[in-house]
Design a protein. Structure first.
Length: 428
């Protein structure tokens, strides 16, 4: 009996933690341990050309995906037929793309993480880390930071920005400065940001899996062969909005309205809601009610035709619709708004909306065609059961996406904080 002990759950947790390897605590780096160096001090420019044209692995730099094969990014090769002047990028080497975007105001630096060399346009800068000067993994982070791009911006001459491409000269780029902490601190920064990136990736994978399960389950429920088939015109009330004309640009009854640009995949984008004049009778006829489903009626892009979203009184009434949208409303006693939404989502995901669309270059779903679509209409009780099930799955999906978005926000603040030392590396 003397071998037995009475311990608390907290004691057990402490013992378990002691089995886990934790980073050795290092003394905090002093101010003198950190340096601000020019890029030329830690990297070497690479100018090896694809002179014989034998390498056809054309790479491109994406702000979102890094250095990737051009064919996978553009779905086709857009490189010149003669690639002898392209730079060769060996595994581990860096590429700077001067093209700007909303998420990359000063371009993007990416590294060749594959095991094979590729080639890039001579418009790109190619370089590699000097041996022992800095960790390549750290440089990739630091060179995509506000600190580096802020320094680069200060180097640029007036008028350097033009048509989405920065006119950055080699001298300016390699003169920009980058924070260079001790090697131990570089490793810690890579570890911390890597842990966040891994969690974001895991959440993205989980969200894609949840979305696939939701689509499959929605399709199963909306195509149940045991349920009676009716025409959509018997289940939903259809309406189209008014045409936008010059005489509606002003008037005494200026009213917010939704158009195709406001409708996304299952969600509304209300960041840019326009107004036009609807008289009181039109407001009554075309005004949205809670639970109405708006569907993008036409588009030159097949992916946008039939895209639906539900109106949930996000803006004060009245809010109306333009002719570019179909409005579907649940008929009382026949169906519920949530069923209308999920049926519309299924009709978009299965391309049923696109199948009934007319037109050649620009596809259109008229109300007449939509009314003739088949709907498997279960009882009201069954509709409610289906809506609860699908709604629960949607909530799980949105929670996962929200967590990933939150972590992206954390990362966006974390890296600058680590690099300017407003966040302590050891406690990060």
């Amino acid at each position: 009996m003397s071998d037995w002990q009475q311990i608390t759950f907290g004691d057990l947790q402490t013992r378990e933690r002691s089995k886990v390897a934790v980073p050795t605590q290092r003394p905090r780096a002093s101010m003198s341990d950190w340096q601000q160096v020019s890029l030329s001090e830690v990297v070497t420019r690479v100018t090896k050309k694809n002179v014989d044209g034998s390498n056809q692995n054309v790479l491109t730099v994406s702000a979102e995906h890094g250095l990737i094969a051009q064919e996978s990014f553009f779905t086709k090769k857009v490189a010149s037929k003669d690639t002898s002047g392209y730079y060769v990028v060996e595994p581990g080497q860096f590429v700077y793309n001067k093209s700007t975007s909303k998420s990359a105001a000063y371009g993007t630096v990416a590294r060749n993480l594959s095991d094979v060399p590729g080639i890039v346009s001579p418009l790109y800068f190619v370089f590699e880390a000097k041996d022992g000067a800095a960790l390549p993994e750290y440089l990739e982070l630091a060179l995509n930071s506000d600190q580096f791009f802020g320094s680069l911006a200060g180097m640029l001459r007036e008028g350097a920005r033009s048509h989405g491409l920065l006119n950055v000269r080699l001298k300016e780029f390699y003169a920009a400065t980058v924070p260079l902490p001790p090697l131990a601190a570089q490793k810690r920064i890579v570890e911390v940001i890597g842990a966040v990136d891994d969690q974001i990736t895991a959440l993205d994978v989980e969200a894609r899996a949840l979305a696939a399960v939701l689509r499959r389950r929605r399709a199963d429920l909306m195509t149940d062969n045991s349920v009676e088939v009716v025409r959509a015109g018997r289940a939903f009330d259809f309406s189209t909005g008014v045409r936008r004309t010059p005489d509606r640009a002003t008037g005494p009854y200026m009213t917010p309205y939704l158009r195709s640009a406001n409708v996304g995949y299952g969600a509304l984008d209300l960041s840019d809601v326009l107004e036009m004049n609807y008289d009181p009778a039109e407001r009554e006829k075309f005004g949205l009610r809670y639970g109405d489903v708006v569907v993008s009626e036409g588009s030159a892009s097949a992916n946008a035709v039939g895209m639906p979203a539900m109106w949930r009184d996000e803006l004060p009434a009245p809010v109306c619709t333009q002719m570019t949208l179909l409005r579907l409303r649940a008929l009382e006693g026949i169906c519920i708004p949530e069923f209308v939404f999920h049926w519309s989502m299924w009709a978009y995901e299965s391309r049923a909306f696109l199948d009934v669309a007319g037109g050649t270059n620009i596809k259109h779903i008229s109300a007449k065609r939509a009314k003739g679509m088949a709907v498997r209409l279960p009882s009201l009780d069954r509709q409610r059961e289906m809506s609860v099930e699908l709604g629960t799955m949607e909530a799980a999906l949105e929670a996962t996406r929200a967590e990933a978005a939150c972590l992206r926000g954390v990362r966006a603040r974390l890296l600058p904080g680590l690099l300017d030392r407003t966040i302590d590396i050891e406690s990060a």
